[in-house]
Design a protein around this ligand. Sequence first.
Ligand SMILES: *[C@@H]1O[C@H](CO)[C@@H](O)[C@H](O)[C@H]1NC(C)=O
Ligand SMILES: *[C@@H]1O[C@H](CO)[C@@H](O)[C@H](O)[C@H]1NC(C)=O
Ligand SMILES: *[C@@H]1O[C@H](CO)[C@@H](O)[C@H](O)[C@H]1NC(C)=O
Length: 311
Amino acid sequence: MIFRNLEASCIKTSVLVLVGVFIGYSLHFLTYWENPHLAAASLPVDACAKNILTPRTVPDYNKYTIPNVVHYIWFSNTSKRREFNFVNYLSVLSVYKIQQPKEIIFHCDLIPTDRWWHKVWDDFPITIQRVNTRTEIFGVPIKYIEHASDIVRLEILIEHGGIYLDCDVIVVRPLDPLRHYPAVIGHEGPPKFNAGTILAAPNSSFLRLWYDAYKTDFHPNKWAYNSGEKSYQIYLEHPRLLHVENESLSTPRGLSLPDMMKHIVDWSFFYTLHVIEYEKDFTPGNIKRKQSTVCEILRYVCYNSKEAVWD
Ligand SMILES: *[C@@H]1O[C@H](CO)[C@@H](O)[C@H](O)[C@H]1NC(C)=O
Ligand SMILES: *[C@@H]1O[C@H](CO)[C@@H](O)[C@H](O)[C@H]1NC(C)=O
Ligand SMILES: *[C@@H]1O[C@H](CO)[C@@H](O)[C@H](O)[C@H]1NC(C)=O
């Protein structure tokens, strides 16, 4: 008798657990994998603005030419789904913790619906600005969605000024020493710049020359011509309009990312690190102990520790 009761209650518990798992999974599925097109359409534009960060104790007035506002661009209304991943989350975390901007603005055509986006949205004050992607630049059809982002980032920085970061750029130390210049970019080894980190005052002359060059010299087939090479040529003609960081922005010079995935180098002089290709390799678990430059930096941002984390 006792055994039969026990058996019945076991079955009841199992059924309850199964039902629970089923409901939980369905909720998870609905929340995280809803159609991104529907999700963006259902969000009223100004309901997205949240509270602004408290400015840092050092007042900004008249001290800097470049506003302490961080801009991201996210275009995902394409045939290929773009996932907001853990490295994208760490990028925003690094901005929030290390740069402490007045505002973080996420310019996007569609709002991401991924797990890490939900966390970023819950954790940090982010302003969303709806911006449409481009299919052409001054009448020339684009081939790469990245070129749409290249032109839009120039428009945003010319109009508002601030700090533009690709969504996979990690801020390693405050960029304030660079905010005195009219515009700043990093070498990807001459003769090329990396446009993953750009700082500019509003209406920067360099950025206007760069933007105008798209009108006559846009090459849709060449991946980094307009963003990297053309901008470098303009700099050689107008060196006073731009400050170039030789080895501390985006892809520190002489150090390839594959090397930094394997070895530890001194990264104390980096301002930002561009995690490019390796974005999808990282999880909160696997950055805890791995010995590489990139993992040290991600660990520093995530766990406040360069050393391995044991828990
Ligand atoms: C997504 O792209 C399609 C076709 O390019 C367009 O018709 C639609 O309006 C876009 N949706 C959003 C939310 O931008
Ligand atoms: C931008 O700068 C140019 C020349 O330096 C000036 O003619 C123009 O009025 C400026 N625009 C704004 C919006 O300040
Ligand atoms: C940039 O760094 C390289 C070595 O990494 C050096 O040879 C070059 O002179 C530097 N240029 C400037 C302008 O500092």
